[in-house]
Design a protein around this ligand. Structure first.
Ligand code: SF4
Ligand code: SF4
Ligand code: SF4
Ligand code: FES
Length: 947
């Protein structure tokens, strides 16, 4: 396949329903009212030369290259800013226009370094193309006049450079940063000849507000803003459409290649989740795929205190299978299990759970979603009937009030955040419920109408109070509730929610939010038009995570905000395929499609296809596997793409469990923290090295396409298949598409999904079946999947994790834009430049009371353990609350967190830990040592730190 070239129509498509008929150069076309003349011409296949126009941006009309003549109108209007009109007759090519365009081009070219042959954009430059299109042959002004050719390059950004000598001041970059990204980092400084693009007076790109999303680089028609990888490697020569492997937004990219080397990842305009936008991770942070730390050979060792020994794949697989068989013979069928990965494809996840259920003969399979969004599955299934968000991302364009709870979209889900900010700039209202003043509360041209800075752990109380106001002030959408919901449940819930204990005045003292603020926010959400709720791990990672999800669902049902575009309950899923790993049956009690293993009809369906009897008993969850290991009944674990030592709570518990097992198998890209406790290491493959699908937060199933051979020799699905066969199963998939066919056969919500359908439609949002053959953008239209929506009572129960004299502050945790979860990938890219260490954010008064200054080392201690990190004093924090990220292993954030978890799903309570902070002289000896350790020494260090 060659390079995929996407057509640039110059301006955005018209959205009106009324069609307008125009004639362009003798050809007729009907286009929606409001379409530009330039776009209408492009749709006819007529290219009008352009420089400042591009279809990702609003038209601007500055370069004057796209001039046309319109019969009956004076002059030569710019086609990019002129909308079509009924009966309009347009001429795009004649001698007069050609002369005018050449004149414009002459001015640009006279102030341009004519180094086309050696320029990194040679062959991919719109200025070069435009010069050719207008037939420029000479520059009458010469090249000796005043010019910008000596301007200094800004190479401060690790991924792209800015070479002002090549800038034509078309403002596409400035507008991309404003309109697409919403960061407003760039301006045009000066005027006339002195105009120049600037990331802030005297600032470099790196030091500016720029968040390295790459939108300006993509928009730039010249080599002014250019990826350093293109400068170093050269222009790509073929490309493939694939899906980002970082977060649950699921951006589509063109992987542009030279041979087997990625030159750049370019966001794909046809991507339904991102519409051509990206963030710094997906756009630039793919270098980990070829990082020197990658392990590409299998390794085994008899004891975890032994050194690793490289072996062949055959030996590693045979050894693993023999060990698992030995363990089961000695300790019983239930003594082994597996953990699936939300980083791997649907097909890979499906195979791991199949291996466990059909090969191991038990249901001991769990997933890292256990530690993030398992409450979402529980809460939404019990209220609406489906364990997933209700909308597509496009829905936010029709939202009037956006309620963000426990999510930080500008850092965690940046491409969706840009979309949300655009809607907010258009006038939608915003309510933020978060202990921290996240960026959305006040960002360029966006300001939250209400910020409810609640105390961590009081989500249920605050949402109940919002519902209390809605019910007691008569703001319920009664028609919706009567028609769509179970009225008996509603009556019971309404009686509960109107109790005085749920009033804003009653909860204000415990949640720390003024009652008046809660009342105003409730009224706005209930009466402001389409109300859309977006939430994240700040909702789920609590002892009442499932209750909070249910409370959110109650709120949406009570106000009729379900079942149409612009509304809904939208969990912002963390990892790229966390939705998919749950859909694929990764939990110990559910087959794919969320069907309980005890359901005879479902089990029989799987038994018929897999040709083995299956257990109807739910298996062990991750924490229970580790408990069983310590008590001597669970001895073997296959972990695909998951670092439980670093990402799961209570490190001591994890390491004790792993250390007690006889065969821990880790399949990953790098020797992660968990691998320190492994007996077998099976090298993993990156998303660039395999075919498959990911499912994003919108339930959107998207293709992942192989662009290079796996460095380790196999895709992860092939490794699982090898292991399955070595254990005596008969697994013979020739391609992941065959696995998807089996998923579709066994999973009603995936019935219509196939690689052929995905290739045809681009992506599919499940459910996809006979009734919805092209998928379902909006869930619960007309009726809930469960039938009548169920209101469930949500008593607020304070977490057992309490502050007191010893631990008076509350710690909460989160992510930042440039890093991703435990940082295994992003720390191995230049993204590390933006976040070299995790910091502890502290309110100025809390810092002052403890004699702590900005940048000081502080000891952070909880009942569970202690660690040391540097302080960042900021009034973003509420008084009494501290915050840190967890991207660096030496921070050991999970040494601090407790083992409290969600009552329904065991999802750990990462977001509330009572702590004390005090000045410290520096990192602990352990932290210093840890940074310089590897392998066995790290294992000892991790275990030691946990004790
Ligand atoms: S990379 Fe993104 S944030 Fe930075 S200047 Fe360009 S558009 Fe703005
Ligand atoms: S940097 Fe590129 S996009 Fe920005 S004004 Fe200059 S030429 Fe246009
Ligand atoms: S928003 Fe998420 S999916 Fe999109 S590029 Fe960034 S990390 Fe990748
Ligand atoms: S492309 Fe129309 S004025 Fe620049």
């Amino acid at each position: 396949m060659g390079l995929i070239h996407e057509i640039d129509y110059g301006t955005k498509p018209g959205t009106a329903t009324r069609l307008v008929h125009v004639n362009i150069d003798g050809q007729s076309i009907a286009v929606p009212e409001g379409t530009s003349v330039m776009r209408a011409a492009m749709e006819l296949g007529t290219q009008i030369p352009k420089l400042c126009a591009t279809d990702m941006l609003d038209s601007f009309g500055s370069c004057r290259l796209c001039l046309v003549e319109i019969e009956g109108r004076a002059g030569t209007p710019a086609s990019c800013t002129t909308p079509v009109a009924e009966g309009m007759v347009v001429h795009t090519q004649n001698a007069k226009l050609a002369k005018l365009r050449r004149g414009v081009m002459e001015l640009y070219i006279s102030d341009h370094p004519l180094d086309c042959l050696t320029c990194s954009a040679n062959g991919d430059c719109e200025l070069q193309d435009a010069a050719g299109a207008v037939g420029l042959r000479e520059v009458r002004y010469g090249y000796d006049g005043e010019n910008h050719l000596d301007s200094v390059k800004d190479v401060s950004n690790p991924y792209f450079q800015f070479d002002p000598a090549k800038c034509i001041v078309c403002s596409r970059c400035v507008r991309a940063c404003e309109e697409v990204q919403g960061t407003f980092a760039l301006t045009i400084e000066g005027s006339g000849f002195n105009s120049k693009v600037s990331p802030g007076i005297g600032e470099s790109f790196f030091d500016s507000e720029c968040v390295s999303c790459g939108a300006c680089v993509q928009a730039c028609p010249t080599a002014t803003l250019m990826e350093k990888s293109v400068i170093e490697i050269g222009q790509p020569e073929h490309s493939q459409v694939t899906t980002c492997a970082y977060c649950g937004v699921g951006c589509t990219f063109k992987a542009e290649m030279r041979g087997e080397e990625v030159v750049r990842m370019v966001p794909y305009k046809d991507g339904k989740a991102n519409h051509g936008h990206s963030c710094v991770k997906g756009r630039f942070a793919w270098g980990y795929a070829t990082h020197k730390d990658r392990i590409t050979k299998p390794m085994i060792r008899a004891k975890i205190t032994d050194p690793w020994r490289e072996v062949s794949w055959d030996e590693a697989i045979a050894h693993t299978a023999a060990e698992f068989k030995r363990i089961q013979a000695k300790y019983g069928t239930d003594s082994i299990g597996g953990i699936t990965s939300s980083r791997c494809t649907n097909e890979e996840t499906f195979l791991v759970q199949k291996l466990v259920r059909a090969g191991f003969g038990n249901n001991n399979v769990d997933t890292c979603a256990r530690v993030c969004h398992s409450p979402t599955g529980y809460g939404l299934k019990n209220t609406f009937g489906t364990s997933a968000g209700t909308q597509d991302f496009d829905s936010v364009d029709q939202a009037d009030v956006i309620l963000v709870i426990g999510a930080n979209p500008t850092d965690g889900h940046p491409v969706f955040a840009s979309r949300m900010k655009k809607r907010l700039r258009e006038g939608a209202k915003l309510i933020v419920v978060d202990p921290r003043r996240i960026d959305l509360v006040r960002t360029p041209h966006v300001k939250a109408d209400y910020h409810l800075p609640l105390r961590p752990g009081t989500n249920v109380a605050v949402i109940n109070a919002l519902a209390h106001v809605i019910v007691s002030e008569g703001l319920v959408d009664e028609a919706f509730v009567r028609e769509r919901c179970d009225m008996a449940d509603f009556a019971e819930w309404a009686a509960f929610i109107t109790e005085e204990q749920n009033s804003p005045e009653a909860v204000s003292a415990l949640c720390g939010v003024p009652a008046d603020l809660i009342r105003k926010a409730a009224r706005l959400y209930a009466t402001g038009g389409n109300g859309a709720i977006y939430y994240g791990l700040g909702v789920t990672e609590h002892s009442q995570g499932s209750t909070t999800v249910i409370a959110i669902a109650n709120l949406a049902m009570a106000t009729g905000n379900i079942g149409r575009p612009g509304v809904g309950v939208n969990p912002l899923r963390g990892q790229n395929n966390v939705q998919g790993s749950c859909d694929m049956g990764s939990f110990p009690h559910e087959f794919s499609g969320y069907r309980h293993v005890s359901d005879d009809a479902t089990r029989q369906m799987f038994e018929a296809v897999w040709n083995v009897p299956l257990s109807g008993e739910p298996g062990l969850r991750i924490p229970n596997m580790l408990d069983a290991a310590v008590s001597g009944t669970f001895m073997g674990l296959y972990i695909q793409g998951e670092d439980i030592v670093q990402s799961d709570p209570d490190t001591k518990h994890i390491t004790a469990g792993l250390a007690a097992m006889e065969c821990v198998v880790v399949q990953d890209l790098f020797l992660n923290e968990t691998a320190n406790f492994a007996h077998v290491f099976l090298p993993g493959s990156t998303f660039l090295e395999k075919d498959g699908t990911f499912t994003n937060a919108e339930r959107r199933i998207q293709r992942v396409r192989k662009v290079m051979a796996p460095k380790n020799g196999y895709g992860d699905w092939e490794v699982t298949q090898l292991l399955a066969n070595a254990l005596g199963m008969h697994m013979h998939y020739a391609h992941p598409s065959e696995i998807m066919d089996e998923i579709a056969q066994l999973t009603p919500t995936f019935a219509g999904v196939s690689y052929a359908a995905l290739d045809r439609l681009g992506s599919i949002q499940w459910p996809c079946n006979e009734q919805m053959p092209e998928g379902t953008p909006t869930m619960h239209v007309g009726h809930f999947v469960i039938g009548k929506g169920k209101f469930i009572i949500t008593d607020y129960v304070a977490t057992d994790e309490r502050t007191g004299p010893r631990f008076p502050l509350l710690l909460t945790t989160g992510r930042i834009l440039s890093q991703y979860n435990v940082g295994a990938q992003t720390r191995r890219t230049e993204n590390k430049l933006w976040h070299e260490e995790d910091l502890l954010e502290i309110h100025p008064h809390d810092a002052e009371n403890r004699g702590i200054k900005n940048g000081d080392w502080v000891k952070l201690a909880s009942r569970a353990g202690e660690t040391t990190l540097r302080a960042k004093i900021t009034d973003r924090m509420a008084l009494g609350v501290v915050y840190t990220t967890f991207h660096h292993p030496e921070t050991q954030a999970n040494v601090i967190t407790t083992d409290f978890s969600d009552w329904a799903t065991n999802c750990p309570e990462y977001k509330v830990t009572a702590v004390q902070i005090s000045p410290s002289n520096g990192p602990t000896d352990w932290q210093v040592k840890y940074q310089h350790l590897s392998g066995q020494a790290r294992r000892i260090a991790v275990a030691g730190a946990a004790e």
